[in-house]
Design a protein around this ligand. Structure first.
Ligand SMILES: *Cc1c(COP(=O)(O)O)cnc(C)c1O
Length: 294
């Protein structure tokens, strides 16, 4: 694969006329981070940028990170490392993933990432210092990035997405996996703007504690996290969600990804109907990308 080109100049805010059907003073628009790159999720790139610069500053020649066989983070890591001229190692969850050869893993390999497969048991040790030390010794001291880019550099990088958000939006909605992006954005936006996270998995509000722990104390306000719109769990899709995605695509001319942003947009529509937004709310939804999963 050729060197990665990010279309940063393509990222724009697109209005979604009629989305708040019946509530016509509510304005809904989308920040199209998905336009950064066809296979690299927009937010993943932001979470990696300071990790890559720190790796280079530390004189590292290899990045090592973790993810499942469908991980948007692993693809982005492979791409970011390749672009920076660094080698990359992907530690993949599950020995069965070796035979699966998902598109994601093929794309990682095509971008020069060396893949290693871990049993579920080993994978679950991915944040243990002793295990990380073993990996560091085994792979010649690479720069290790946690799953999902969920570290300080990741949060700071995600925070720079806030620079793309004009101040007149009253609500900023985004989909949540590790909550790294939500934390970074909440820490960087003015408190007057409400940040609303949508978790696409069952029981996603377990992340509340993690979020509070990593928000600057003065920024720990005016944010919410809902896990109501999980559609059966992470990665699960129902016919109702597919139908919603089809209508959205037809109405606005671009797709939502089924794992994250489709569930968020469904949730926003539902909350508008439930009348939880002010009548003159100005809602900005972030399209984080992830379209390889479709
Ligand atoms: C990873 C991902 C998210 C979640 O980001 P976190 O920072 O882990 O919360 C949201 N949307 C898409 C498309 C993603 O790939």
């Amino acid at each position: 694969m050729d060197t990665i080109r990010l279309a940063e100049d393509q990222v724009r805010i697109q209005t979604l006329p009629g989305f708040a059907e019946g509530y016509n003073n509510i304005a809904v628009a989308m920040l199209r981070l998905d336009l950064l790159h066809p296979i690299i999720s927009g937010n993943k790139w932001y979470k990696l940028k300071y990790n890559i610069s720190r790796a280079i500053a530390e004189g590292k020649d290899t990045i090592l990170s973790f993810g499942g066989a469908y991980s948007n983070h692993l693809i982005a890591t492979a791409a970011a490392a390749q672009q920076a001229g660094l080698r990359s190692i992907g530690m993949v969850r599950g020995l069965h993933a070796q035979e699966e050869r998902t598109t994601v893993l093929q794309q990682c390999a095509a971008m020069g990432m060396t893949l290693h497969f871990l049993s579920r048991e080993d994978y679950n040790r991915k944040n243990e210092p002793l295990f990380l030390q073993e990996l560091a010794n085994r792979f010649h001291q690479p720069f290790i990035i946690p799953e999902g880019g969920a570290n300080e550099e990741g949060r700071l990088g995600a925070g720079t997405i806030a620079q793309l958000i004009p101040e007149d939006y009253t609500h900023v909605c985004l989909s949540v996996g590790t909550a790294t992006t939500l934390i970074g954005i909440r820490n960087s936006l003015p408190l007057s703007q409400r940040v609303m996270g949508f978790a696409p998995m069952k029981g996603g509000t377990y992340l509340n504690e993690h979020i509070k722990d990593h928000l600057f104390p003065e920024k720990n306000a005016n944010w919410t996290l809902t896990d109501w719109y999980h559609f059966g769990g992470f990665g699960k899709v129902t016919s109702r969600l597919y139908e919603f995605m089809g209508i959205f695509h037809a109405d606005y001319g671009f797709p939502l990804d089924k794992v994250y942003t489709a569930k968020m947009m469904f949730g926003i529509k539902d909350l508008i109907q439930e009348d939880i937004f002010d009548r003159d709310a100005k809602i900005l939804c972030i399209h984080t990308g992830g379209l390889t999963g479709n």
